[in-house]
Design a binder for this molecule. Structure first.
Ligand SMILES: [Zn+2]
Length: 317
């Protein structure tokens, strides 16, 4: 089998290895697609401290079951599945515990079936407890924001406001149900939100961009006692610009980051069921696909975000 080994900064090589052995409660998966995650860019660029190399990354896997362990029930060879793995996903084959495997419908292409990001967005929307007729803002509408948008609509929000500095992404947000789109590079978002909400601010805002600027903007557009949901990927230092203001406004601060495996798997199960039923659309989000040999180019695109870019996925024949 082939697997991508990350040797150091911007240095993938494709290795030839033996097929992984599977335990009694594991399955062997023929990988058909593995999404490139924003959270992997730091490992690829070697910008985090104390990381050891080589590393085998890749965790957004979909594929076909090749073989099942003796104790595995309800999963059989040739089943089409999305799986949750924490590493080794950029490979032609991967071994996975059976309880981390989620069947996908025949109508769902492998390239759209990513359990891990769907687990994050599903759990985020559940934890935020979005309510009927809420007005909700998304500050940052890249790949994760565009999934959140659809799930927030499903929860019964009346108005979803998509905020991003890329106009072409805001167009996709509109196609997927955003009621209002705002570009902070071109207009005063705080003023526009005041107009839209009769001076109050939104009921809930998701900080998705993961940057200091998106965090600061999020806090400026929420109503008194509204919800501030910290969703974006936030490695390293972030500062709360004015904790006094957050306190005075009585924000309900929700940390939508999930570590417990049971929570993650439950979110993945719900997210994949929404995908299977057609209630979430992933097709418009998958903009860039690459064979394993071009994994460097896939990461370059995820880093530089060329015009129209939303998501890189490694695909396998
Ligand atoms: Zn991910």
């Amino acid at each position: 089998m082939k697997i991508a080994k990350l040797k150091g900064a911007h240095d993938f090589v494709i290795e030839e290895k033996d097929r992984p052995e599977i335990g009694d409660e594991e399955c062997l998966i023929r990988v058909k697609a593995c999404g490139v995650c924003h959270s992997e860019l730091d490992q690829w660029a070697n910008t985090l401290e104390n990381l050891e190399y080589p590393r085998y990354i890749g965790h957004e896997v979909a594929g076909e079951v090749i073989a099942v362990g003796d104790q595995v029930q309800d999963i059989k060879p040739d089943d089409r599945v999305a799986v949750w793995v924490d590493q080794r996903g950029y490979a032609t084959e991967v071994a996975v515990e059976a309880d981390r495997i989620f069947p996908i419908h025949d109508s769902v292409p492998f390239v759209e079936a990513m359990a891990e990001p769907l687990a994050c967005t599903t759990n985020g929307v559940i934890k935020a407890n979005i309510e009927l007729a809420d007005t909700v803002a998304l500050v940052g509408t890249g790949f994760m924001g565009l999934i959140l948008l659809q799930q927030i609509k499903l929860k019964g929000a009346t108005r979803v406001i998509a905020i991003d500095i890329r106009d072409e992404i805001l167009e996709v947000a509109e196609q997927l149900g955003a009621d209002v789109t705002l570009n902070p590079g071109k207009e005063n978002v705080e003023e526009r939100i005041k107009e839209i909400t009769a001076g109050k601010g939104v009921d809930a805002a998701f900080e998705v961009g993961g940057k200091q600027a998106t965090l600061d903007l999020t806090a400026k557009i929420i109503r008194m006692e509204g919800k501030l949901i910290i969703f974006g990927y936030h490695p390293g230092l972030r500062k709360i610009e004015d904790l006094g203001y957050w306190n005075w406004m009585a924000f309900d601060i929700i940390n939508a980051h999930f570590r417990d495996l049971g929570t993650i798997l439950k979110g993945a199960d719900i997210g994949i069921r929404l995908l299977n039923s057609g209630q979430i659309k992933m097709k418009p989000l998958i903009t860039n696909t690459y064979p394993l040999e071009d994994i460097e180019a896939a990461f370059q695109a995820a880093q530089s975000k060329p015009e129209g870019f939303i998501k890189s996925v490694i695909t396998f024949r």
